[in-house]
Every structure is written in C-alpha cells, then in structure tokens.
Design a protein around this ligand. Structure first.
Ligand code: GAF
Length: 389
C-alpha cells in the first residue's frame, strides 16, 4: 500500500530527500456517545482503516498537499504564512488547522512540507476520517521537527484545531482514539480527567460489524453544536441546586432527584441522555471485563434508544439498520455510532450469523431506503504512528 503512495509522491513532488510514511486510524465507538463534552466516559477503539501520509520537509515555507481521494483537485499549494481559521471549506483545512494549532501552542514550524494523503475510511461516515487526518498531521510534525509532544498532546492539539480552526465544537474522543488506540483493545476514557485504561475486546465467538448507511444529513455540525449548548445550559440549571462540575458527575438517582431544575423538557431529555449514557458506559465496560457480553450488547441497545429518543441524533435510515439488526438472530447488540444524523451503526454479531446478517440486512435496507449500505467486519488496530523512518 505505502509503496504505491510513495511512488505517486515521487511522481508529483520529485524523488530526492528523506521521504517518510505515516498512518493514523479512524475509530468506532462501542458505547459512550455524546458524553465526551459532558465530562463523561467513552469506549472507542481504533480501526485498522485510516489515513496514510507520505511527507517530506521543504527548504522554504511552502506547503503542498495532494490527496489520492480528491485527485481531481490536484496539488493544493499554500504556505506557513497562510494558516488562517475559517477560510473556504476544503480538506486541507484539517492539516493546516493542526499546523496552526501547533504554532498557537508555541511550536514554530521551521519549514514547509510536501504531503500526500490517502484515506480508506469512508468519508463523512462518522468513523472519524477528519480526526485521523488531524492526528496524522500531528505525528508528521512531531516526527519531522522533533517537537516534544506526547500522543495525548497530539490528540488535544487536533481537538483544538477542530474547535478553533474548523468550527466544530467536538469533544476529545475521536482524536484520542486515533492517537492512543491499541490493537484488540478499546479505550475506557474519562473525558473529564483524561485518565484511561485499555480493555481487551476478545470476542472469540463474535465480530464487530460496522454498517455505513451512506446518508449524511446536512444538519450535522449545527445540530451537534446545538446539543452541546443545550447540555451546557442544563448543567448551569442543575448547578443552581446541586454541586456538580459536569453532567458526568451525576448518578441516575441524583439526576432524577434534581431534574426539575432544568426548565425545558428538551434540555431535560438531553441531560438525561448524557447522565444515563455515562453510567451505562461504566457498566458496559465492567460487563465486558467480566465477559458478560450479552449484557454489554443490551447496554448498546439501550444506548441507541436513548440517542434516538432523548438525544434525537438518529435518523430514519439508521433506525432501519438498527431495527433490522435487533430482529436478526445472533446479534448481541447494535447501535448508532459517532456524532449521528446518518453515518454508521456498530453491531456485535456472532460468528456464524455474520454472513446472513450482511446478506439480509443488505437486501432489506436496499428495498426500504433505495440505496445500498456498506458493511465492514472490522479489526481493532493500533494508534497513529510513523511507519518508516
Ligand atoms: C463526534 C465528535 F467529534 C466526538 O467528540 C463525539 O462527541 C461524538 O461525535 C459523539 O459521541 O464524533
């Protein structure tokens, strides 16, 4: 894979100099959705799908980008002087945003770069293609310029760039999963403290299957930011009656006791999701550790209902996929994954049921929705890294 990309890089940018190769994965979140900006827990894992980067330092301060995924756009030129937030929408805003964020944090970029990218995560599907691009850029800059930043710093810088350069007020989950992923493990992350532990996902009798609905409703960024604002207002209202720093500090009982302090029904529903989902995630990780996989699956299903009914981030196509999964023999659990309003579902499916699951749901989805879904039986991979020096 990388040999072909290096060849393309050399064809576009010349063969001389120290050409280096990098990879950063996308992620799938098993449970703990819309909790990462509410001080709660998440449980994502890195995929073996992700973004590859081939890069070389330049002598001047020019930046040249090329994406194999957007070939028709050709080479896009820019420079270190041109790192300004909220410019015209184009994919180079992700790597440029991270360069800008490094400089904002005091890491001056001494040279420009030539970068070629290729991603095999379906774009805009909720599997964090943009976070993988951000983390990849962080790893390139650390490696090229010897910056003393940890992988957690790279995740935080990626999130900072997404929030302040690209205008999406996301939490830390996606960048963290891409930077810190570990083969065959999910990451149980407390987003309030950034403490984390790896939990092995050893599913001897089952597989993780992602279904891409291939719909992306246009609301994504604005509705995401709305949810976040609703939760922030609900938290302020709760703080009038109970001493908490985040919604993640509340148990279900404490929430039920104090919820009337939240003065709108919609905000109550949003906060209820954030509180219950956080507690569900903690319980789900315990269940997985103790090999109670059926219980893990039930919690995934509950997570979906809460995201559908209380948080209202699902959509017709995703609900069709989840309902079909719930009706299928051999499915342990199924839910929407990622930010929502389209994108993907994640299911845990018994080995012997996987082929039938793909065939039946594939056919029924096509009949009900009018276009095909895409299926990925995935492996959990390692986090972002230099592939060769
Ligand atoms: C998106 C965001 F980028 C994450 O930070 C997270 O909030 C997720 O939606 C929902 O859990 O992927």
């Amino acid at each position: 894979m990388t040999a072909k990309l290096v060849e393309k890089f050399q064809e576009l940018f010349g063969a001389e100099g120290d050409i280096r190769t990098y990879f950063a994965p996308g992620r799938v979140n098993l449970i703990g959705e819309h909790t990462d900006y509410n001080g709660g827990h998440v449980f994502p894992c890195a995929l073996t799908l992700g973004t590859y980067g081939i890069a070389r330092k330049r002598e001047d301060n020019k930046l040249r980008f090329y994406s194999v995924n957007f070939e028709r756009l050709g080479v896009i030129e820019s420079s270190l002087e041109d790192l300004k937030p909220y410019k015209a929408a184009e994919w180079t805003n992700y790597p440029k945003g991270v360069m800008w964020a490094f400089e904002e944090r005091g890491y001056k970029l001494p040279n420009g770069l030539d970068i070629l990218l290729y991603g095999n995560i379906p774009n805009g599907s909720g599997l964090s293609s943009s976070a993988s691009l951000e983390v990849l850029t962080g790893v390139i800059l650390k490696d090229m310029f010897g910056f003393d930043v940890s992988m957690t710093d790279i995740a935080l810088i990626g999130q900072f760039s997404e929030n302040n350069f690209n205008g999406c007020n996301c939490g830390i989950m996606d960048q963290f999963a891409s930077a810190m992923g570990k083969k065959d493990n999910a990451i149980f992350l407390d987003t309030n403290t950034l403490q984390y532990e790896y939990a092995p996902v050893v599913l001897e009798d089952a597989k993780i299957v992602i279904i891409n609905s291939k719909v992306k409703h246009s609301l994504v960024d604005s509705a995401y930011n709305d949810r976040r604002n609703e939760c922030e207002t609900a938290l302020k209202e709760l703080q009038e009656v109970v001493a908490v720093q985040t919604l993640g500090d509340l148990t279900e009982e404490a929430f039920e006791k104090h919820k009337d302090a939240i003065k709108s029904e919609i905000r109550q529903k949003r906060a209820r999701h954030a509180v219950y989902e956080n507690q569900r995630t903690i319980r789900a990780v315990e269940a997985l550790k103790e090999n109670r996989i059926e219980e893990f699956g039930k919690l995934m299903n509950e997570s979906h209902r809460s995201l559908r009914d209380d948080y209202e981030v699902s959509c017709k196509e995703i609900d069709i996929l989840v309902d079909l999964a719930w009706e299928t023999e051999g499915v342990i659990g199924s839910r929407i994954t990622g930010g929502g309003f389209g994108g993907c579902t994640v299911s845990i499916v018994k080995n012997e049921a996987v082929d039938g699951f793909i065939k039946n749901i594939g056919e029924q989805y096509l009949a009900k929705v009018g276009h095909e879904a895409e299926f990925y039986v995935v492996d959990i991979g390692d986090g972002a890294r230099v592939l060769n020096g």
